[in-house]
Design a protein around this ligand. Structure first.
Ligand SMILES: CC(C)(COP(=O)(O)OP(=O)(O)OC[C@H]1O[C@@H](n2cnc3c(N)ncnc32)[C@H](O)[C@@H]1OP(=O)(O)O)[C@@H](O)C(=O)NCCC(=O)NCCS
Length: 202
Protein backbone atom coordinates (compact mmCIF):
# COMPACT_ATOMS: atom_id res chain seq x y z
CA UNK A 1 0.00 0.00 0.00
CA UNK A 2 2.83 2.36 1.00
CA UNK A 3 4.62 1.51 -2.26
CA UNK A 4 1.54 2.36 -4.36
CA UNK A 5 1.17 5.65 -2.50
CA UNK A 6 4.83 6.49 -3.11
CA UNK A 7 4.53 5.59 -6.79
CA UNK A 8 1.40 7.73 -7.12
CA UNK A 9 3.19 10.62 -5.39
CA UNK A 10 6.15 10.30 -7.74
CA UNK A 11 3.91 10.15 -10.82
CA UNK A 12 2.10 13.27 -9.64
CA UNK A 13 5.43 15.00 -9.19
CA UNK A 14 6.52 14.08 -12.71
CA UNK A 15 3.24 15.41 -14.11
CA UNK A 16 3.58 18.67 -12.16
CA UNK A 17 7.16 19.01 -13.32
CA UNK A 18 6.27 18.47 -17.00
CA UNK A 19 3.41 20.95 -16.66
CA UNK A 20 5.44 23.62 -14.90
CA UNK A 21 8.84 23.35 -16.59
CA UNK A 22 7.87 25.14 -19.83
CA UNK A 23 5.84 27.75 -17.95
CA UNK A 24 8.48 28.85 -15.45
CA UNK A 25 11.64 30.70 -16.39
CA UNK A 26 13.40 27.91 -14.52
CA UNK A 27 11.87 25.04 -12.59
CA UNK A 28 13.71 22.19 -10.91
CA UNK A 29 12.30 18.72 -10.50
CA UNK A 30 12.87 18.86 -6.75
CA UNK A 31 10.99 22.16 -6.33
CA UNK A 32 7.60 21.93 -4.61
CA UNK A 33 4.93 24.60 -4.92
CA UNK A 34 1.60 24.21 -3.15
CA UNK A 35 -1.64 25.63 -4.48
CA UNK A 36 -0.95 29.33 -4.92
CA UNK A 37 -3.19 32.37 -4.69
CA UNK A 38 -1.52 33.89 -7.76
CA UNK A 39 1.73 33.36 -9.62
CA UNK A 40 3.36 34.60 -12.83
CA UNK A 41 5.64 31.62 -13.58
CA UNK A 42 7.35 33.15 -16.61
CA UNK A 43 9.16 35.58 -14.32
CA UNK A 44 10.08 33.02 -11.66
CA UNK A 45 13.23 30.92 -11.35
CA UNK A 46 12.91 28.05 -8.90
CA UNK A 47 16.13 26.31 -7.89
CA UNK A 48 16.53 22.83 -6.47
CA UNK A 49 14.59 21.91 -3.33
CA UNK A 50 12.63 25.17 -3.36
CA UNK A 51 9.45 24.95 -1.28
CA UNK A 52 6.52 27.36 -1.50
CA UNK A 53 3.62 26.93 0.94
CA UNK A 54 -0.13 27.42 0.44
CA UNK A 55 -1.72 30.57 -0.84
CA UNK A 56 1.39 32.40 -1.99
CA UNK A 57 1.11 35.43 -4.24
CA UNK A 58 4.28 35.62 -6.30
CA UNK A 59 3.70 38.20 -8.97
CA UNK A 60 5.96 39.69 -11.60
CA UNK A 61 4.51 42.97 -12.84
CA UNK A 62 5.38 43.49 -16.51
CA UNK A 63 3.10 46.46 -17.23
CA UNK A 64 1.56 49.17 -15.07
CA UNK A 65 -0.26 52.10 -16.63
CA UNK A 66 1.81 52.80 -19.75
CA UNK A 67 5.12 51.53 -18.39
CA UNK A 68 6.64 48.13 -19.17
CA UNK A 69 8.88 46.18 -16.82
CA UNK A 70 11.06 43.07 -16.94
CA UNK A 71 10.56 41.36 -13.59
CA UNK A 72 12.92 38.70 -12.38
CA UNK A 73 12.10 36.64 -9.29
CA UNK A 74 14.91 34.29 -8.32
CA UNK A 75 14.43 31.66 -5.63
CA UNK A 76 17.82 30.00 -5.25
CA UNK A 77 18.39 26.37 -4.23
CA UNK A 78 16.90 25.35 -0.90
CA UNK A 79 14.72 28.45 -0.40
CA UNK A 80 11.61 27.76 1.65
CA UNK A 81 8.62 30.07 1.78
CA UNK A 82 5.72 29.40 4.14
CA UNK A 83 2.03 30.19 3.64
CA UNK A 84 0.53 33.48 2.48
CA UNK A 85 3.69 35.13 1.27
CA UNK A 86 3.03 38.31 -0.74
CA UNK A 87 5.85 38.93 -3.21
CA UNK A 88 5.45 41.56 -5.93
CA UNK A 89 8.25 42.41 -8.31
CA UNK A 90 8.64 44.73 -11.28
CA UNK A 91 12.42 44.57 -11.48
CA UNK A 92 14.45 42.09 -9.44
CA UNK A 93 13.94 40.11 -6.26
CA UNK A 94 16.52 37.50 -5.30
CA UNK A 95 16.21 35.16 -2.34
CA UNK A 96 19.52 33.47 -1.60
CA UNK A 97 20.32 29.81 -1.09
CA UNK A 98 18.74 28.06 1.90
CA UNK A 99 16.97 31.16 3.14
CA UNK A 100 13.72 30.50 4.99
CA UNK A 101 10.79 32.87 4.75
CA UNK A 102 8.10 32.30 7.40
CA UNK A 103 4.34 32.89 7.09
CA UNK A 104 2.66 36.11 5.94
CA UNK A 105 5.84 37.84 4.83
CA UNK A 106 5.69 40.66 2.27
CA UNK A 107 8.59 41.29 -0.09
CA UNK A 108 8.26 43.95 -2.76
CA UNK A 109 10.37 46.10 -5.04
CA UNK A 110 7.41 48.38 -5.85
CA UNK A 111 6.00 51.58 -4.36
CA UNK A 112 2.95 53.42 -5.69
CA UNK A 113 3.39 57.13 -6.27
CA UNK A 114 1.04 59.29 -4.19
CA UNK A 115 2.22 62.78 -5.17
CA UNK A 116 -0.63 63.68 -7.57
CA UNK A 117 -3.65 64.35 -5.36
CA UNK A 118 -6.09 64.24 -8.32
CA UNK A 119 -5.40 60.57 -9.12
CA UNK A 120 -6.16 57.63 -6.81
CA UNK A 121 -2.86 56.28 -5.52
CA UNK A 122 -3.54 52.84 -6.95
CA UNK A 123 -3.82 54.42 -10.42
CA UNK A 124 -0.58 56.40 -10.24
CA UNK A 125 2.64 55.11 -11.78
CA UNK A 126 4.77 52.74 -9.78
CA UNK A 127 8.31 53.35 -8.55
CA UNK A 128 10.52 50.33 -8.92
CA UNK A 129 13.59 49.18 -6.99
CA UNK A 130 15.02 45.79 -6.07
CA UNK A 131 15.35 43.40 -3.12
CA UNK A 132 18.26 41.08 -2.45
CA UNK A 133 18.16 38.64 0.45
CA UNK A 134 21.39 36.74 1.06
CA UNK A 135 21.84 33.05 1.70
CA UNK A 136 21.07 31.19 4.94
CA UNK A 137 18.75 33.90 6.30
CA UNK A 138 15.64 33.46 8.45
CA UNK A 139 12.86 35.97 7.90
CA UNK A 140 10.23 35.48 10.60
CA UNK A 141 6.45 35.81 10.45
CA UNK A 142 4.77 38.98 9.20
CA UNK A 143 7.97 40.73 8.18
CA UNK A 144 7.71 43.36 5.45
CA UNK A 145 10.74 43.94 3.22
CA UNK A 146 10.52 47.20 1.29
CA UNK A 147 12.18 48.17 -2.03
CA UNK A 148 15.89 48.94 -2.35
CA UNK A 149 17.00 46.71 0.46
CA UNK A 150 19.98 44.35 0.57
CA UNK A 151 20.02 41.80 3.36
CA UNK A 152 23.34 40.03 3.87
CA UNK A 153 24.23 36.43 4.56
CA UNK A 154 22.95 34.53 7.63
CA UNK A 155 20.68 37.31 8.86
CA UNK A 156 17.72 36.82 11.21
CA UNK A 157 14.86 39.30 10.91
CA UNK A 158 12.53 39.16 13.94
CA UNK A 159 8.77 38.68 13.73
CA UNK A 160 6.70 41.71 12.63
CA UNK A 161 9.69 43.79 11.55
CA UNK A 162 9.71 46.21 8.63
CA UNK A 163 13.01 46.26 6.76
CA UNK A 164 13.64 49.52 4.90
CA UNK A 165 17.43 49.68 4.84
CA UNK A 166 20.36 47.35 4.21
CA UNK A 167 21.39 44.76 6.79
CA UNK A 168 24.96 43.38 6.88
CA UNK A 169 26.04 39.72 7.00
CA UNK A 170 25.66 37.75 10.24
CA UNK A 171 23.30 39.99 12.19
CA UNK A 172 19.92 39.93 13.94
CA UNK A 173 17.56 42.82 13.23
CA UNK A 174 14.14 43.57 14.74
CA UNK A 175 11.49 46.27 14.90
CA UNK A 176 9.94 48.99 12.77
CA UNK A 177 12.08 50.05 11.07
CA UNK A 178 14.28 47.00 11.56
CA UNK A 179 17.48 47.82 13.44
CA UNK A 180 20.45 45.61 14.17
CA UNK A 181 20.43 44.29 17.75
CA UNK A 182 23.12 41.60 17.51
CA UNK A 183 26.04 40.75 15.28
CA UNK A 184 28.46 37.86 15.07
CA UNK A 185 31.92 38.87 16.24
CA UNK A 186 34.36 36.87 14.15
CA UNK A 187 37.21 37.61 16.62
CA UNK A 188 35.52 36.31 19.79
CA UNK A 189 33.39 33.92 17.73
CA UNK A 190 30.30 34.98 19.68
CA UNK A 191 27.05 36.81 18.97
CA UNK A 192 27.21 40.19 20.70
CA UNK A 193 24.72 42.99 21.34
CA UNK A 194 24.98 46.09 19.18
CA UNK A 195 23.49 49.53 18.86
CA UNK A 196 21.31 50.17 15.78
CA UNK A 197 24.44 51.12 13.83
CA UNK A 198 25.80 47.61 14.43
CA UNK A 199 28.56 48.70 16.86
CA UNK A 200 29.17 46.27 19.72
CA UNK A 201 27.89 47.62 23.05
CA UNK A 202 28.48 44.76 25.50
C1 LIG B 1 14.52 37.79 16.27
C2 LIG B 1 14.54 36.73 17.35
C3 LIG B 1 14.94 35.40 16.76
C4 LIG B 1 15.59 37.27 18.33
O1 LIG B 1 15.93 36.31 19.25
P1 LIG B 1 17.14 36.56 20.30
O2 LIG B 1 18.44 36.77 19.63
O3 LIG B 1 17.03 35.46 21.27
O4 LIG B 1 16.76 37.97 20.90
P2 LIG B 1 16.46 38.36 22.43
O5 LIG B 1 15.28 37.58 22.93
O6 LIG B 1 17.74 38.28 23.17
O7 LIG B 1 15.98 39.86 22.28
C5 LIG B 1 16.90 40.92 22.14
C6 LIG B 1 16.11 42.22 22.15
O8 LIG B 1 15.31 42.33 20.96
C7 LIG B 1 13.93 42.46 21.27
N1 LIG B 1 13.20 41.68 20.28
C8 LIG B 1 13.35 40.37 20.02
N2 LIG B 1 12.54 40.01 19.01
C9 LIG B 1 11.86 41.10 18.63
C10 LIG B 1 10.89 41.36 17.64
N3 LIG B 1 10.47 40.40 16.83
N4 LIG B 1 10.43 42.61 17.51
C11 LIG B 1 10.86 43.60 18.33
N5 LIG B 1 11.79 43.42 19.30
C12 LIG B 1 12.27 42.18 19.45
C13 LIG B 1 13.80 41.90 22.68
O9 LIG B 1 12.70 42.44 23.34
C14 LIG B 1 15.12 42.32 23.29
O10 LIG B 1 15.05 43.69 23.64
P3 LIG B 1 15.84 44.27 24.93
O11 LIG B 1 17.30 43.99 24.66
O12 LIG B 1 15.51 45.73 24.92
O13 LIG B 1 15.33 43.52 26.10
C15 LIG B 1 13.18 36.50 18.04
O14 LIG B 1 12.89 37.44 19.00
C16 LIG B 1 11.99 36.45 17.06
O15 LIG B 1 11.46 37.44 16.55
N6 LIG B 1 11.57 35.20 16.85
C17 LIG B 1 10.43 34.91 16.00
C18 LIG B 1 9.88 33.53 16.39
C19 LIG B 1 8.80 33.09 15.46
O16 LIG B 1 8.11 33.88 14.86
N7 LIG B 1 8.71 31.81 15.32
C20 LIG B 1 7.81 31.20 14.37
C21 LIG B 1 8.46 29.95 13.86
S1 LIG B 1 8.43 29.87 12.12
Amino acid sequence: MGGVKRLFGFALRVIMYLWRKPRYRRYSFSAYIHRVNFITPRYVECGRQVYVGFNARIQGVSKYNNAYFFPSIILEDGVSIQQNVHLTCANRIVIGKNTAIAANVTITDIHHSYEDISIPIEQQDIKVGFVEIGEDCKIYNNVVILPNVRIGKHVTVGANSVVNSNLPDYCVAVGIPACIIKRYDSITKAWRKTNPQGEFID
